[in-house]
Design a protein around this ligand. Sequence first.
Ligand SMILES: Cc1ncc(COP(=O)(O)O)c(C=O)c1O
Length: 442
Amino acid sequence: MNATTNADAAARARAVIPGGVNSPVRAFGSVGGTPLSIVSARGPLVTDVTGREYVDLVASWGPALLGHAQPDVVAAVQAAAARGLSFGASTPGETDLAEHVIERLRVGGTAGIEKLRLVSTGTEATMTAIRIARGATGRDVIVKFAGHYHGHSDGLLAESGSGVATLGLPGSAGVPAAIAGLTLVLPYNDRDAVLAAFAAHPGRIAAIIAEAAGANAGVLAPDEGFNRFLIETAHAHGALFLLDEVLTGFRVGPAGWWGLEQAAGQSWVPDLVTFGKVIGGGMPLAAIGGRADLLDLLAPLGPVYQAGTLSGNPLAVAAGLATLRLADAEVYGRVDAAASVVSNALDDALTAEGVAHAVSWAGSLFSVAFREGAVRDYADARDQEAWRYPAFFHAMLDAGVSLPPSVFEAWFLTAAHDEAALGRILDALPAAARAAAAATPG
Ligand SMILES: Cc1ncc(COP(=O)(O)O)c(C=O)c1O
């Protein structure tokens, strides 16, 4: 039977797929209502099973920097597909991509990374980065920050952002206590907590992992100098700093968040960096980059094992390379401009209705929190009138604008959000702000 409505599609899916979704936030759990079932997407628009188009501010949760189905990217994938889907052997394209990324991460004469290993998901990338850090240091303990999300590997789900935050979970069932106990979770932007952790666990911490700029509990920008403080503190105690740019990498600028900090005069080089999302241009691709001596610990050169049947898949590499080659200064300028138009209008609309709110920024990423006062850490992000978001979200959806279905997610603009798309968002905001104002708890 062909589904003709989103409700039909969701019902069919729920019968055979847990919750009807293959990733939890897609289920609309925190906003209620019927999740969209999408059949196609082009530029700034997605189309559901009923044929209705929405202006999309999810952008596949980040990858669609250029907009959906960008013709040159699609052509590159089609050409790669015609040559074969997967070989289980090295390809020249993988080297092209590694060279491109390493060159892109050269900012002001500083090499951000020296080598790159390709994997398929951000989860694999951060999991592997941690294994390298443990292999390099011979230590077990990892420091992460509350509200930061690094994928769904066992050791990284404690007080995690993204879907774990959306569902209000402290972590996940199925993670052995012995593994969870190796992760120290600290409040973000809290230097004293970092120093105290190293003092309390001398010689045991392998690495600090941090999102380059937090964007999975709403946007939590690092205080100025915080990332540099993290790497200096880690090094002072014989530990490494793993910079997670899965979400920010190639999205907030040509060399990611790290590149923005370099341009702002913060001079430091991460030990390891993880990439995902934009690097695959919408296909399953992610990567671990960093110092050559650390990357060379990976098999087959070194003792740290990592592998993947589909790692460096030729279609994914083609999509990623085509996307990155197109992602020039003009593209970032358009994304930045579109983000500031939308976030200003959001701010104005909520102010006009007297709704307490704070818009947080990190590059072109922004999110709204329904509270007075800036959001600096996960405790702030949770201390808000989150119950206003479902009404706001559904008013936008009714007007044909698809927002992330959780207040804890960033809004993603693309280079394809033209005047028409932006106009539709701006037109929808006043009624959504009225709905947020009229919302009641519970
Ligand atoms: C910062 C960060 N790290 C890691 C991940 C995990 O990536 P993936 O969903 O590709 O496994 C995400 C996903 O949202 C992320 O935002």
